[in-house]
Structures are given as structure tokens and as C-alpha cells.
Design a protein around this ligand. Structure first.
Ligand code: FA5
Length: 347
């Protein structure tokens, strides 16, 4: 058989093989077998040296033509098979958008954070600035600057976690008062601030006491501030939080850093004021302490008490949340039980 016929047969057989196969790997195998270095075409081209000078260019051109034709057929087949594979993959991965979605459990802000942000909003609306304090405080700011010198008996009112002789976990947010007063420039106007945060006491945990809880400190200093300003401010806040219906009472009290001092109680959410285990049979739950800033506290911060006066308060958002939602044990806020926390998701 002459070389041309051999090539013609090779072309026909290879095209048949290409057309019959459905596998990409098979096409590649055909390519290597037919067009590769050890394949028949290379073989034919190698045998050309035995041809006459006249036949050589003819056979050479024919061999090249067949090689190009087969190369093209192979590439075409590969493209087709790739497309088929892609379509099959796409068909398999089709997403049915009508199927019901998976429920993703979404977290939410803690109920105490929500209450604190609501209180912050109320005060920001009244022109207060929000100041951050330190959870680790010095004895100096936590006690001494609040008119509680060392060995003052009223230190017993707030049993303290000491970290060293001088450092402690703050027992209230009141030290932020002293830090803010000493920095304030009164030539630029009155001081109105609130300071929310965590506080710590060696209290025995019970339904209304936790060893870690929250406070929001409030402080206003200006010329001519009176107890009436304090009462009006607290009433505005409590009405916003509890509505008009809840009973509120101011009770004379004692804090070393205010004079006069009051404590504010709200009627118990559980018994409505009759007396029960939550309110310790008093009918009331105490939510904040307040008063007119003591002249000693002003003086220690470099403020002249004959010119300026002010009021301060420290309220307990944990107790407010209890009253608002009828939560009968403060410890629920700290147990991280999702079943409890989920109830406040929509708030
Ligand atoms: C104080 O801590 C004062 N610094 C408040 C103050 C500020 C008075 C400025 C005057 C001027 P008291 O210890 O009463 O006061 O605490 C204030 C509020 O924190 C309480 O009314 C109560 O709502 C809350 N509270 C106190 N102890 C606990 C506790 N163990 N667990 C939860 N809440 C508490």
C-alpha cells in the first residue's frame, strides 16, 4: 500500500474513532496515538526520505493536511465534550429556589444592653453626653473623692473586691463623676453627663442582688441647679421607661457624696404593691440613689460650691429590666440561657 493510501485509511479510521467516543480522556488518547511522536503520521513523515524527489513534496503536503485535519477534529470534539460535561454539571447543581430555606438562628442584643441604650437615648435627647469609666478603679476615685475617706463607716455599704491596697473593682459608677468634674471647662457651659457600665460588690446573690450588675451614673453641674431639677429629670426618665401608670416614690436616704440624698422606688411588678417575696414584702423595688452633689465632692474636684451646684444619680438597669419585664430573679440576666434571652429578641 502506498503512503497516500495509508494516510487516507488512517484519516478515515481516526475520524471514526473520534466520532464514536464520548470520553474526553479517550479523545486525548487518540490524539497521542495518532499525532504523537510515536504515531503513524510521524512514522510516514520519517519514511519520506525513501521517496523520490518528485513524490516527496506531494506526500509531505498530504501528510500535513491530514495532520491538520485530525488536529482540528480532535479539538472540536474536545470542545463539544467539555460543553456536554458543563451542561451535565449545571443540571445536577440546579437550585430549587422554591424549597423552604434553612432556619438560621440569629443572635440579638442582650436585654440589659437594650434597656441601657434606651436610657442613654432618653438622656442624650435631654442634652447629656455619655462618658465611659474604668471597671478597675483606684480607692482614691471610688471612695475618697466621693467623700468616703479611709475608715469611713459608710464604706461598709458597698462591700468591695480589692485587687491591691489601692486598686479595686469599682463598686459604683460614681467615680466617673469625680473624673469628669475635674476635667470639665465650665467656661464652655454646664456639665451634663451619664456614664453606663458594670459594677461589682461582694453582695450575696439573691433575687434582686448580684455580685456583678450595671449602673448608669448621671451628673449635672451648673449655676442654680436645685432638687426640683433632679425630681423633674427622674420623673421624665421613669415615665419614658414605665409609662404613666406605675407608682414612683422618693424616699429620704443617705449617701456620703450627696446632701440631701434620696432613694427612688417603683411599685413591685409582681404584687403591684401588696408585698411579696420579690419586693421582700415592702411593695416597692428600689431602682436608684440620687441627691444634690455634696459641697466636699465639688471642692475636691476644684469646683467652687458657693457658685456651682448639681445633682447626681446612680440607677440600676438590672432592676429596671426586672420591673419592666416581670423577671423575678436578677440572676437570669447572667446565666446566658438562650431560652430566657430569646424572649427579648424583638425588643
Ligand atoms: C450607689 O451605688 C450610689 N453610687 C448611687 C448614687 C449615685 C447616689 C449618685 C447618689 C448620687 P446604691 O448602692 O444604692 O447607690 O446603688 C444604686 C442602685 O444600684 C440601686 O438603687 C439598685 O438599683 C442597684 N443595685 C445596688 N446593689 C445592687 C445589686 N447587688 N444587684 C443589682 N442592683 C444593685
Amino acid at each position: 500500500m502506498d503512503l497516500q493510501t495509508q494516510l487516507e485509511d488512517l484519516k478515515t479510521a481516526t475520524l471514526e474513532k473520534i466520532s464514536a467516543t464520548k470520553e474526553l480522556a479517550e479523545v486525548e488518547k487518540i490524539r497521542v496515538e495518532t499525532l504523537g511522536k510515536k504515531g503513524p503520521i510521524t512514522e510516514v513523515l520519517r519514511g519520506m526520505k525513501d521517496l523520490s524527489a518528485e513524490e516527496r513534496p506531494k506526500v509531505g503536503a498530504f501528510a500535513n493536511q491530514i495532520r491538520d485535519l485530525l488536529t482540528e477534529a480532535i479539538e472540536e470534539k474536545k470542545t463539544v465534550l467539555n460543553q456536554v460535561a458543563l451542561e451535565a454539571a449545571l443540571a445536577k447543581e440546579t437550585i430549587d429556589v422554591t424549597l423552604p430555606g434553612k432556619q438560621i438562628s440569629q443572635g440579638s442584643r442582650h436585654v440589659l444592653t437594650q434597656i441601657m441604650e434606651e436610657i442613654e437615648d432618653t438622656f442624650v435627647g435631654m442634652g447629656y453626653q455619655i462618658i465611659e469609666g474604668n471597671e478597675v478603679e483606684t480607692d482614691h476615685y471610688n471612695f475618697e473623692r466621693m467623700n468616703l475617706p479611709k475608715d469611713h463607716p459608710a464604706r461598709d455599704m458597698q462591700d468591695t473586691f480589692y485587687l491591691s491596697d489601692d486598686l479595686l473593682l469599682r463598686t459604683h459608677t460614681s467615680p466617673v463623676q469625680a473624673r469628669t468634674m475635674e476635667d470639665h471647662d465650665f467656661s464652655k457651659g454646664a456639665l451634663r453627663m451619664i456614664s453606663p457600665g458594670k459594677v461589682f460588690r461582694r453582695d450575696t446573690d439573691d433575687a434582686t442582688h448580684s455580685h456583678q450588675f450595671h449602673q448608669i451614673e448621671g451628673l449635672v453641674i451648673d449655676k442654680g441647679i436645685t432638687m426640683a431639677d433632679l425630681k423633674g429629670t427622674l420623673e421624665t426618665m421613669l415615665k419614658t421607661l414605665f409609662g404613666e401608670d406605675r407608682n414612683v416614690r422618693l424616699r429620704p436616704s443617705y449617701f456620703p457624696f450627696t446632701e440631701p440624698s434620696v432613694e427612688v422606688d417603683v411599685s413591685c411588678f409582681k404584687c403591684g404593691g401588696k408585698g411579696c417575696n420579690v419586693c421582700k414584702y415592702t411593695g416597692w423595688i428600689e431602682i436608684l440613689g440620687a441627691g444634690m452633689v455634696h459641697p466636699n465632692v465639688l471642692e475636691m474636684s476644684g469646683i467652687d460650691p458657693t457658685i456651682y451646684s448639681g445633682f447626681a444619680f446612680g440607677l440600676g438597669p438590672d432592676r429596671i429590666a426586672m420591673l419592666r419585664y416581670g423577671v423575678n430573679d436578677i440572676r437570669n440576666f447572667y446565666l446566658n440561657d438562650v431560652r430566657f434571652l430569646e424572649q427579648f429578641k424583638g425588643e
